[in-house]
Design a protein around this ligand. Sequence first.
Ligand code: ADP
Ligand code: MG
Length: 712
Amino acid sequence: MPHSTALATPAPAAKPEPKSPAQKALEKLGLKRDIDLALHLPLRYEDETRITRLRDAREGDTIQIEAVVTACEVSFRPRRQLIVTVDDGTDTCTLRFFSFYPSQQKALAVGNRIRARGEAKGGFLGWTMLHPSFRTAGGELPTALTPVYPTVAGLPQPYLRKAVQAGLARAELSDTFAPGDLSVLDKGLGHHPLWTLRQALLFLHHPTPDVSLDTLSDHSHPAWQRLKAEELLAQQLSQLQSRRARASLRAPALTMAFPEPVGSLHNRLLATLPFALTAAQRRVSAEIANDMARHVPMHRLLQGDVGAGKTVVAALAAAICMDAGWQCALMAPTEILAEQHFRKLLGWLEPLGITTAWLTGTQKTKERRAALALIESGEAKLVVGTHAVIQDKVHFKNLALAIIDEQHRFGVAQRLALRGKLRHEAMEPHLLMMTATPIPRTLAMSYYADLDVSTLDELPPGRTPIVTKVVNDARRDEVVERIRAQIAQGRQVYWVCPLIEESEALDLTNATQTHAELSEAVRDVPTASGALAQVGLLHSRMPADEKKAVMAAFTQGHMAVLVSTTVIEVGVDVPNASLMVIEHAERFGLSQLHQLRGRVGRGAAASACVLLYSTGDAPRLGEAARERLRAMVETNDGFEIARRDLEIRGPGEFLGARQSGEAMLRFADLATDTVLLEWARKEAPMLLDQHPALAEKHVQRWLGGKSEYLKA
Ligand code: ADP
Ligand code: MG
């Protein structure tokens, strides 16, 4: 029996079928399951359902014609092109192709009857179409619009169409919530989106030609509403799941004795601070202390504008942790920032008898070994460092609180690694994340719904608002004059060099040149101490020691000007600095500009930020760049900046490593779909409680295995 013979000698199992380039491209788009294909929705549509007679064509219309080829020739002037004349009995039309295959040329041979679709341009010599799509005439006209899908190189539209069609036919599309559940939209949107998922998908892949194309392209059509609701619900469900999963985890309860002993570290720290806490700092500290007192790991984001005073809040949380007899770790994304934290915390806590360990990738082996030993024995109650903190070799004795500064700069894996550092009786440490990029409300409700958020919405008193000026680079000399004046008053200045994305080397040349230029320009200015002004240079390629030395010299006031690439972006705290110059400010993102500006205005002196811009060869700056600079001049408020940034860029960059592509919303738009977002927020807990199986099915359908990413 041939059949059983075939079974007896199976094909070598080790060799899977090689994938075709198109299959690989499909996977690259994330289209692996039938449902993925079914949810891959068209970008736009082509109307191939009707034939227009050339006599009825209007200038600029995209039309489909059916006509006979009357001439077909390759011309070489002004450049190589295929020129085809067709006649549909009412008029003629010239089709032009600048690139074409011999097979296409053959299909367009004289006498052939074809259907061509393109934009009709009238002109002196009659109708023309540039690069129309065409096929041999015949066959029925389709009754639905033809979908055009988002694709990638190597994945031709017809192949993708077939794959989507097949996926759509096979996918299991039964509803996880009834269309009627969406009737809340009646009020918000004024129509009746009572569509099932299946109806919505079938329609969106092949809409009937009478549909208003606007409602498809702006996603306001009821079928789109259904899909956006589905997507937002999946996001809410997945975040709710991870929140609940965390609630079942255990953490050490870091309770404060009541009444708090006068001699507690927490109390003594409060007493030694050279300032009183703001009301906002007291409020968020209490929120954090509350979380930490519970047996469930804290998962809290502390957001506060640059200069709002997050560090002291972190230190107070650390003190509570240490009072309870546990270790605390603070991790920052760059060595400079980590070092700043280290110095500050050391200054506060060392006099109170706390041993703090310092960990970074660049420290000497001996030094690191000593630090590791202190951490493992538990003698070091506090550990401060960069990514080095989460390396395998670091064994905490009893880590109970992990603090991450500038959390968006860390990836999911790194946050998970830090959480994994307490594998003690299956407990996890409490997690406090800090960010200076405030998260707009809609983002907080969607992408960050699994986090608890504390907000420092008040700056410490005595700050004078920073004045921001936008200045054309042609007036650089005036800026240099201003720098000289600041130095003469004993103040310090930052000069941030342009970001040249393509080339770190170019970045460097530029910074070096500016450094030389400024050194020359201010060398005769005496500083407050009487010595002549020094200009320092800081860039990402410098060895860590040198960076540290330069930063220290600037912090201690031995340097009047610090020229830097964007390495100073985060967290640096030098209150005497009162002028920030950002060169080629038009190349920076809005939140980055705001962060940089936040380096000044930290003392009582009036501070300024100069945004130098250059239009290059263009007559003026592009619209987005102008909007960014305008926003900087108009407001100092981090929340307002964040809101505008979201408007200009969309949510992608806010989310940093969290976005990881997968987690992004594809269909819903947070700016316009707030009604749906509110609905999803209410629906998710109901579905999860009342129909857990449907909820799980929904999450699987929409996120597959990807929801894991959301959990860190
Ligand atoms: P950020 O929130 O940007 O991390 P920092 O923690 O670096 O801000 O604080 C900015 C500066 O404000 C620091 O010099 C800090 O010591 C100071 N500061 C913090 N809280 C207060 C306060 N309540 N009163 C006065 N100064 C404060
Ligand atoms: Mg900070």
